[in-house]
Design a protein around this ligand. Structure first.
Ligand SMILES: Nc1nc2c(ncn2[C@@H]2O[C@H](COP(=O)(O)OP(=O)(O)OP(=O)(O)O)[C@@H](O)[C@H]2O)c(=O)[nH]1
Ligand SMILES: [Mg+2]
Length: 342
């Protein structure tokens, strides 16, 4: 199961204590102060890493602490710096301060980093407090404590294209057909509860990541069905593929509209995202009979619809090529990923 949310505690290392010390050398009876500074504490850093797909590690490791700074020593020796703790997270991780909800980072590309808890500064040793009138200070500072806080981390899918549609429309069957992903298929609604990603490769060498998403029902934007949990995930897909079961009844276009309306209610920007309709289950005679009417009606609205069957594979090559074309066009027209919505 995809665990895509976690709450974690992070604490930077405390700074080391400054040292109180006086020089003691042969032939130098009254040595001056030579206590060194404490070392600084390490910071906790989250770094997006390729190859990670979930936040499940945080279930077992909820408290993350960086190393503390070493204490200062005599002969003006500064304490050792505490080690930073670099924690790999999947690309697509959004990081918030749990107390305020403030967005701290949106780690999109592998290698991107954010310091989530700074280490404390080391305290100054007594060597730093010497003045002409006060030559033998016995004063040194304690180290500064490291920053600490609770974070909320959330993983958003970074799929190129997402399969959306009512429950049972055949989204998972389609993903199984066109990729090596193995989402569960069932003859009942809400078989899919967590998104599943599949890598799709076309004969012409093009490829993209396709996400199978949980079914969406009327009222989803208000939380019905799997509601927001589902909708959060499509925030970043570049192209939406509406999977409509043409065999389920004559109101094919209406079934597409229900889903489109919910997407729009959730986030008006989604309505403007490139979309295609897959008229699915054309292997069934009652389905095939409705294809042309539905196609014409959608074409009149400027929506491209293609007949497919996830069960037999009919039409899937043309669908994948159409998705790849749309992706190319979308990529060319956008510099950065669509922004995040909470
Ligand atoms: N005849 C036929 N049946 C299909 C086709 N695609 C899916 N089915 C059947 O439709 C039912 C639902 O398929 P799923 O792929 O689980 O549908 P889904 O859209 O992923 O459903 P949820 O995860 O519940 O939203 C299953 O019984 C499938 O076997 C198709 O192209 N033709
Ligand atoms: Mg499914």
């Amino acid at each position: 199961m995809l665990i895509d949310r976690a709450k974690i505690y992070v604490k930077g290392g405390d700074g080391g204590r400054g040292c109180v010390s006086f020089r003691r050398e042969k032939f130098v009876p009254k040595g001056g102060p030579d206590g060194g500074d404490g070392g600084r504490g390490g910071s906790v850093i989250l770094e997006a890493a390729a190859g990670l797909a979930t936040l499940v590690d945080f279930k077992y490791r909820q408290h993350l602490r960086a190393g503390r700074g070493g204490h200062g020593e005599g002969a003006r020796r500064t304490g050792r710096s505490g080690a930073d703790l670099v924690v790999p997270v999947p690309a697509g991780t959004v990081v918030r301060d749990a107390a305020t909800g403030r967005l701290l980072a949106d780690l999109v590309e592998p290698g991107q980093r954010v310091v989530v808890a700074r280490g404390g500064r080391g305290g100054r040793g007594n060597a730093r407090f010497a003045t002409p009138t006060h030559r033998a200070p016995r004063r040194a500072e304690p180290g500064e404590p490291g920053e600490e806080r609770w974070l909320e981390v959330e993983l958003r899918l970074l799929a190129d294209a997402g399969l959306v549609g009512l429950p049972n429309a055949g989204k998972s069957t389609l993903l199984r057909r066109v990729s090596s992903a193995r989402p569960r298929v069932g003859a009942y609604p809400f078989t899919t509860t967590d998104p599943v990603l599949g890598a799709v490769e076309l004969p012409d060498g093009r490829g993209f990541v396709l996400a199978d998403l949980p079914g969406l029902i009327e009222g989803a934007s208000q939380g019905a069905g799997l509601g927001h949990d589902f909708l959060r995930h499509i925030a970043r897909t570049r192209v939406l593929i509406h999977v409509v079961d043409v065999a389920a009844g004559p109101d094919v276009v209406e079934r597409y509209r229900i889903v489109r309306r919910e997407l729009q209610r959730y986030d008006p920007k989604l309505a403007g995202r490139p979309a295609l309709v897959a008229l699915n289950k054309v292997d069934l005679p009652e389905g095939r009979a409705r294809v042309e009417v539905a196609r014409a009606a959608l074409a009149a609205e400027g929506v491209q619809a293609l007949p497919v069957s996830g069960a037999t594979g009919e039409g899937t090559d043309a669908l994948l090529a159409a998705i790849a074309d749309r992706l190319e066009a979308a990529r060319a027209g956008e510099e950065t990923l669509p922004s995040v919505k909470k």
